[in-house]
Design a protein around this ligand. Structure first.
Ligand code: ADP
Ligand code: PEP
Ligand code: MN
Length: 535
């Protein structure tokens, strides 16, 4: 069969149908998906699919096998949850039995990582053609020559129809993402959310690269016309993908990067953008990707007759997504890298409306915020529930970081200490009051503030010190409504602002207790300050 690898599934010890589709390209995979009834075509040619129950990652169903390899190298706790080798063995046996039953399989041999010295060979075995299309879009596609002698190092078996058994497999539910770093095997079952696959590969690289002197980062990255790189850290929904796609800057990538001694490089070959309320005016580059063949749209609602897309419709998911090859964005780096960064941005979507839209951080404050990894989620979809809830996810990506946060933190510390980098905190969340009272920060305002920070012009303006957080906040920025720069001023009820700010300060301090012993006094004293607030 064309494109079949020199290492067969049988060579890997897997029993499988002969009906294997190896390294199919976009046209063949989309045709397969349509023929299998997995999805339909939208106006312009994008493939539209629905995932069913799981429309986002199942963070609480993810496990790492705890064995000699991982016992002392993984940071066990709430996010990295252990699976016993015995449970994994049972799960693997059941996965292989399920695999043997599939009438057809899609296999892709891909790279995790764009740079040859820092990448892993990943084989992904899929039940769905659209998943095969997704992962070959998101990972890096080998050339024909590279495929000819490709040997898989890590293997992902992705079977959405598999149902895990908590009694037999030690899982929490029927859904499972089980990572075995010794066997170099990842088993994904009971979910059709495609993002699990790409974030699993991210987890492998986050495990491996610190030992090679590379800092792996949950961030987007782009380059100014002058050749200066900026990286944008942030948890899901804070704006990495949105803000990194900017016609005036060259995109390196939207989600996963490594910072070596000489460069910031992409791990991936594609992007995965949020589609909810996507606006052609605010996000023209991303919108354009939805109107063409090769893009996969996950849980976007479409009119069956006209095939027009309705990005405002959240009936299938709030987390609707579009995946597309990186070169669907007009201005991208051909080498998938840029120089080491001049600016580091921490994006946070503060639903409390407490943080300013932009603040400049000292090196110690940057470490404090990196280890904290704050964002705030809106309270959910229940009517009348308007209280936001704080989320602290260390390194702005706890679910993907197998090692102790201090491993990643120390890599950042070394890099900041080399100098020549400015760190910023950017609130893409609420202004004019908390969620339910105020509004989401206009994308235009965020972009204008970022541009001023990144072109250096902001550095020469006047700053004030934030009384709660101690960082510096610009007083006025050309082209931006001065009023939004001071969040307290945007709140109708100042006492409510002060109380809400102090509530958030308290949550930061409580969360940071776990890191106190891992940082020096400088970072400890970069904490926000508790103040007595008049009742
Ligand atoms: N000021 C803002 N900055 C960035 N994104 C914003 C802003 N206001 C609203 N949004 C919306 O928030 C979402 C950010 O999502 P995305 O960029 O995909 O985040 P991430 O890549 O960090 O998960 C998008 O749907 C975007 O349209
Ligand atoms: C794909 C994801 O990443 P992000 O939301 O950060 O873009 C995800 O968290 O599932
Ligand atoms: Mn993203």
């Amino acid at each position: 069969m064309a494109n079949k690898s020199k290492v067969s599934l049988a060579d890997q010890g897997f029993t499988a149908t002969d009906n294997q589709k190896w390294n199919l390209g976009t046209e063949a995979l989309v045709e397969e998906a349509l023929r299998n009834g997995e999805g339909s075509l939208a106006k312009g040619g994008a493939l539209v699919v629905a995932t069913g129950k799981h429309t986002g990652r199942s963070a609480t169903d993810k496990f790492i096998v705890r064995d000699a390899e991982t016992e002392n190298s993984v940071w066990w706790g709430k996010t990295n949850v252990a699976m016993t080798p015995e449970n994994f063995a049972a799960l693997k046996a059941d996965f292989l039995a399920a695999l043997a039953e599939k009438p057809k399989l899609y296999v892709q041999d891909l790279f995790g990582g764009s740079q040859s010295e820092y990448r892993v060979n990943v084989r992904v075995i899929n039940e769905f053609a659209w998943h095969s299309q997704f992962i070959r879009t998101l990972l890096v596609r080998p050339t024909a020559d590279q495929l000819a002698d490709f040997a898989p190092e890590y293997t992902i078996i992705d079977l959405p129809s598999f149902r895990a058994d908590p009694a037999r497999h030690g899982t929490r539910s029927e859904t499972v993402i089980a990572v075995n770093l010794t066997e170099k095997l990842i088993l994904i079952g009971g979910t059709a959310y495609a993002g699990e696959m790409k974030k699993s590969v991210f987890g492998i690289l986050n495990y491996l690269l610190p030992t090679k002197g590379v800092m792996p980062m949950h961030c987007s990255a782009n380059i100014s016309p002058e050749g200066e790189t900026a990286v944008f850290f942030g948890l899901s929904g804070t704006g990495k993908t949105t803000l990194s796609a900017d016609a005036s800057r060259t995109l390196i990538g939207d989600d996963e990067h490594g910072w070596s001694d000489t460069a910031v490089f992409n791990f991936e070959g594609g992007c995965y953008a949020k589609m909810i309320n996507l606006s052609p005016e605010a996000e023209p580059e991303i919108y354009a990707t939805t109107q063409r063949f090769g893009t996969v749209l996950e849980n976007v609602v479409m009119d069956a007759d006209t095939r027009t897309l309705d990005f405002a419709d959240n009936t299938l998911a709030e987390n609707s997504r579009g995946s597309y090859p990186i070169d669907f964005i007009p201005n991208t780096s051909a080498e998938n890298l840029g120089p080491v960064p001049k600016n580091i941005i921490f994006l946070t979507a503060d639903a409390y409306g407490v943080l300013p839209p932009i603040a400049r951080l000292t090196a110690e404050q940057a470490m404090y915020h990196f280890l904290s990894g704050y964002t705030a989620r809106v309270a959910g979809t229940e009517i009348g529930v308007t209280e936001p809830s704080a989320t602290f996810s260390t390194c702005f990506g706890a679910p993907f970081m197998p090692r102790h946060p201090s491993v990643y933190g120390n890599l950042l510390k070394e890099r900041i200490a080399k100098g020549n980098v400015t760190c910023w905190l950017v609130n893409t969340g609420w202004t004019g009051g908390k969620y339910g009272v105020g509004n989401r920060m206009p994308i235009k305002a965020t972009r204008a503030l970022l541009n001023a920070a990144l072109d250096g012009s902001l550095n020469s303006t006047e700053f004030r010190k934030d009384p709660n957080f101690g960082f510096e906040v610009p007083v006025s920025v050309p082209g931006v409504d001065t009023a939004i720069l001071d969040p307290r001023g945007t709140w109708a009820d100042k006492a409510d602002y002060d109380a809400t700010a102090q509530k958030l300060v308290g949550q930061f301090i409580d969360n940071f207790a776990q890191f106190e012993d891992h940082v020096d006094e400088g970072v400890r004293s970069a904490a926000p300050v508790r103040q007595s607030v008049a009742a």
